[in-house]
Design a protein. Structure first.
Length: 399
């Protein structure tokens, strides 16, 4: 028996049945299982990996997500272990075009929190344990057989578990979604990304997420705990293992332009090893998930794990209500139907923004920069953008 995230790896057979089987112990599955456990629902969480991943991957947690995670008690620890970043700037080389402060937002978390995903998962696993749950490992779902009363799930090891509901939190290439016939056939952007966690000899502010617009592509520089920075850059073909020189070249080409002597240019000191991102397919283009035969096998929500974490809490509440008879089963299907429209708006916006941000023609860039600087002087624009970035705008009461 080994330990991961302080959660014991199961060597025991799965229970014969459960009300809810959650497949996948990433951030979404852990949140869902913790919320179900907190609500006293009978739920089992399984994952095919013998241990949780220990890599940093997604690092941004927005205010709305922290609020949603208050229920399972995860927010204080996340805040304690992450870096609170109260500003977001859009830049063209040395010039800040737009500065968005989160300071005045109507939330207990007026900032973006930066924290590596493995730490987030450890904290969520801890909350699951505190609520009496655990991760059953390693159990890989191979098949789902659905009938009117529930789902029989078979693992690759030949074990079966019967569940009234199955939730697929098993990532992008979801077996649950595929087996339930809930096709997610979204496109992916042709763009690939360089991701690296590095230490920078960097004189710019460390309480800011910086988004650099550049004809060569986007560059994001964001602080992480322990004095590191997360670098994200759109490139045509990301190297499997970005080196310090690769990251330096991206900073030189797209980041601050002034000479290091004036203390403005980033210098990469130490890339922290991380797994190759390769051509990571990122936010899928909008395409509504097809209808499954029944809502008994429920996909974990919208793409973008932060959205799915928020959706997971809503889904857990609804499932718990259905199980104790205070909501009808059809309401699960209604919950699933709500997501795509919001997703469509956000992805289309992202797509358009990328085109504007990487404009090559000098006249277009000048016009863009002038527009952004003009918008920067309008308080209502600041607030709207801060509300959107923090995801607080999803709450109609606060718009
Ligand atoms: C190298 C890398 C860098 C990334 N960087 C970023 C970033 O900078 N920003 C960002 O927003 N996102 C990033 N991501 C994506 C982010 O990590 C995912 O969006 C997030 O992990 C999704 O969370 P999830 O809980 O939905 O699924 P996952 O974290 O993918 O978890 C799914 C779980 O399901 C389990 N599983 C899968 N199939 C089965 C099965 N058949 N049976 C049982 N268990 C199964 C897997 O073992 C896994 O533990 C990155 C991903 C990678 C790989």
């Amino acid at each position: 028996m080994s330990e991961q995230h302080g959660t014991q790896v199961s060597a025991t057979p799965l229970p014969a049945d459960t009300d809810v089987l959650v497949v996948g112990a990433g951030p979404v599955g852990l949140t869902l299982a913790a919320e179900l456990a907190r609500r006293g629902a009978d739920a089992v969480l399984i994952d095919r990996q013998a241990e949780g991943a220990n890599t940093s991957r997604a690092a941004v947690v927005h205010a709305r997500t922290l609020e949603v995670l208050e229920g399972i008690g995860a927010a204080p620890e996340l805040v304690d272990q992450g870096v609170a970043v109260p500003r977001f700037t859009v830049r063209d080389r040395d010039r800040a075009l737009l500065t968005i402060g989160f300071g005045g937002l109507p939330t207990a978390y007026p900032y973006t929190l930066m924290i590596p995903q493995n730490r987030t998962e450890e904290i969520l696993a801890g909350r699951l344990r505190a609520a009496g749950g655990r991760v059953h490992r390693p159990h890989e779902v191979a098949r789902l057989a659905q009938d009117d009363d529930g789902v029989t799930v078979t693992t690759t090891g030949g074990e079966t578990i019967r569940a009234r509901y199955v939730v697929g939190a098993d990532g992008m290439h979801s077996t649950v979604r595929e087996q339930a016939g809930i096709g997610f056939t979204g496109d992916t952007y042709a763009q690939s990304f360089v991701l690296a966690d590095v230490r920078l000899d960097w004189k710019l502010r460390s309480d800011e997420v910086m988004l650099y617009f550049s004809p060569a592509g986007l560059l994001v520089v964001a602080p992480l705990p322990d004095g590191r920075h997360r670098i994200v850059a759109t490139v045509d073909d990301a190297p499997a293992h970005p080196t310090a020189a690769d990251v330096q070249a991206l900073l030189d080409e797209r980041g601050p332009a002034r000479r290091p002597a004036r203390g403005r240019r980033g210098r990469v000191e130490l890339p922290v090893p991380r797994p190759p991102p390769a051509r990571r397919p990122v936010p899928q283009r909008p395409r509504p998930a097809g209808r499954g035969r029944r809502p008994r096998a429920q996909p974990g929500g919208r793409p973008g794990h932060e959205h799915r974490v928020q959706d997971a809490v809503a889904l857990a509440a609804r499932l718990a209500a259905v199980l104790d008879g205070t909501a009808d089963a059809a309401s699960l299907e209604r919950l699933r139907g709500r997501a795509p429209a919001r997703r469509r708006g956000r992805v289309t916006f992202t797509h358009r923004m990328t085109g504007i941000a990487t404009a090559r023609a000098r006249r277009r860039r000048r016009a863009r920069n002038a527009l952004l600087r003009a918008l920067d002087r309008v308080p209502a624009v600041h607030r709207a953008m801060a509300m959107n970035l923090s995801e607080l705008a999803v709450d109609p009461a606060r718009r």
